[in-house]
Write a protein that binds this ligand. Sequence first.
Ligand code: NZQ
Ligand code: ZN
Length: 385
Amino acid sequence: MQDFSFYNPTRIEFGPGKIAKIDKLVPKDAKVLILLGGESAKKNGTLDEVLAALGERDSQVFSGIEPNPSYETMMQAVAVVKQHKIDFLLAVGGGSVIDGTKFVAAAALYPDDAWQILVTGGKHIKQALPFGTVLTLPATGSEMNSGSVITNKSLQAKLPFGSSLLYPQFSILDPVKTYSLPQKQIANGVVDAFVHVMEQYLTYADDAPVQDRFAEGLLQTLIEIGPKALAEPENYQVRASLMWTATLALNGLIGAGVPQDWSTHMLGHELTAIHGLDHAQTLAIVLPEMLRQRKASKMTKLVQFAERVWHIEHGTDDEKAEAAIEKMRAFFESVGVATRLSDYQLGAEHIEPLIESLIKHNMVALGEHGDVTPDLCRSILQASL
Ligand code: NZQ
Ligand code: ZN
């Protein structure tokens, strides 16, 4: 286990009707901007519940944050914040709305060109507006972490940034609010959460039994409840477990003190930036071959993944590793997330621009050993056709 600092100040209010707690959590004299995506929060009654909880507070709504939130849209929200001297932000939606809100919280007080926040990965953020979230889509863990991913549409760049100043003060997790989700988004959430765990678990053995067991428990839970969440859309207990599992998959706990990979995510972001694929779809395409082509350095954890998560007991180490990778691919397909580039009408001709984009974004030494190069990414994509 490696040395680490763990800090997570986000208060979680979990359960039906907890949106009402906003009245206790947002200062009475706050000037609030509620940030929304498209129509879902209005249609499923979440916005009405939020407005009721805010009561007489001075509040207004900014809507239209698109999936894979854009710099261009978020800068419009920054203008609203500055014009109306907003001092508290409230994100109501999924990861895109929450990530966009994190960007606004930082950009509203950033002294330089706000795109530099992304170019520098957030390392020069010195202050940020306070914000809370009401989560309506279990997937990213953004409700309880300090990271965000923003797309500059004109540059076709989708980049991550983070800062310890960008933890939500609180997040309201009401599983009932997920009932209105389309199947595709539930499936995306299961896959995104699964890959978050894998980025922090499937690296190399580092004497971290508690993190390993915690990660394996999250993976097994997703395997068990993912299909149920699709089959029984209003099963509260299943949705509650899915919501909490997705949050725990990326709130810093399982990643504390262990090596982390994240190369699947960085390559996946390029697929979203250039071809508009959903975030989880890009992960389902990339991860199987990312693991296969890096089997040698990942073998110990691949065998552990095979034995403990998929209960594969027989065969050589290599056979166990191969079987586990294919079980994982079959799991993604079983919840309806396809795992080949060709499933998304992408072919060999689309690979080179993706590699060029990786290089342009300096994503050239990825992974827990810094050895995932553009050339390796090229062969991973070629094997994922
Ligand atoms: O726009 P609205 O109307 O809200 O509809 C959304 C959107 O179209 C809809 N939706 C959300 N809640 C709903 C609902 N529809 C019906 N009922 C509800 N209760 O779902 C669609 C997708 O929403 P989105 O927020 O884009 O999905 P998700 O939560 O998967 O977020 C994806 C974004 O998160 C980033 C991804 O890169 C992507 O931009 N990530 C953020 C991370 C983080 N901050 O830690 C880590 C992740 O790896 C990921 O990169
Ligand atoms: Zn993700």
